[in-house]
Design a protein around this ligand. Structure first.
Ligand code: CA
Length: 267
């Protein structure tokens, strides 16, 4: 009996050793690094998570680093008709609903560097030209915008736009449908931008001043000085956004493709 048992133990140890040896020699079969990164990234607790608005019936910021956001009128600087905003069923709990009459002013300093990630869910009632879901600026001549629709882009969508002495256009091969939830993540790594929709890389064309330029960089707006104006649904010019927005998260670094996938699956 004893010898059979020890033989079994020996075989078990031997097979474990063989497996471990194989694992260390075949990184493709055992992608340890990818797995470790995926396990290590917690979208809700990552130290680069600067701000998180989950819109569970109010405009508070969940990490506690910022004051709550505010309701504003149909353009930046305008007072709202009512300082109230409604909440609807979201992608995770509730979502804020903008009725096309106003927007939300987020706290200053949400983005401070030239590497960052902006992530949110959106469900638009309608898509109107150049209307931003997210907008960040210092003034009318220095801004970035995330507008899902540009009437001049055939069959595709605009999703990343900036101006700061030159125009940057980030064009997607996605046509957004109304009344549909989409996860949108904009990742900027020292100016090189990536856009993900529902966890997939979707930036198909970059233009600088209207000319195609695959290496074109989005403007460095926010590392110049503190402050800034950050909004949801409104800018200085265009029709306000009409629809729901949920789980806005801002990270102070460029998340990886795997991390964006985790973020998308987390909701
Ligand atoms: Ca929510």
């Amino acid at each position: 009996m004893k010898s059979i048992k020890s033989k079994k133990v020996f075989l078990l140890v031997l097979s474990t050793l063989i497996l471990l040896t194989l694992a260390s020699q075949c990184p493709a079969l055992f992608p340890k690094e990818v797995e470790a990164e995926a396990k290590a990234f917690d979208p809700d607790k990552d130290e680069a998570l600067v701000a998180w608005f989950s819109f569970e019936g109010d405009l508070s910021e969940k990490t506690g680093k910022f004051e709550a956001a505010k309701v504003i009128g149909d353009k930046i600087g305008k007072t709202p008709k009512e300082e109230k905003v409604s909440f609807v069923e979201g992608i995770s709990g509730k979502a804020v609903y903008l009725d096309g009459e106003g927007g939300i002013l987020l706290p200053e300093d949400l983005v401070k560097g030239y590497s960052y990630t902006i992530s949110f869910w959106m469900k638009a009632d309608v898509f109107t030209p150049w209307t931003p879901v997210f907008f960040g600026a210092y003034d009318v001549s220095n801004w970035i915008s995330i507008p899902p629709y540009h009437p001049g882009v055939k069959g595709g969508s605009y999703l990343l736009w900036s101006f700061s002495g030159y125009w940057y256009d980030g064009i997607l091969d996605v046509s957004f449908k109304p009344e549909t939830w989409y996860h949108v993540a904009v990742v900027v790594r020292r100016g090189d931008a990536a856009v993900y929709v529902n966890g997939k890389y979707t930036l198909s064309k970059i233009q600088i001043n209207g000319m195609e330029d695959p290496t074109g960089k989005i403007a460095d707006i926010f590392s110049r000085k503190p402050g800034g104006i950050f909004t949801l649904g409104v800018n200085w010019w265009d029709q306000p956004y009409k629809g729901a927005i949920d789980e806005l998260r801002i990270y102070s670094r460029a998340l990886t493709m795997n991390e964006i996938k985790i973020l998308y699956e987390r909701r």
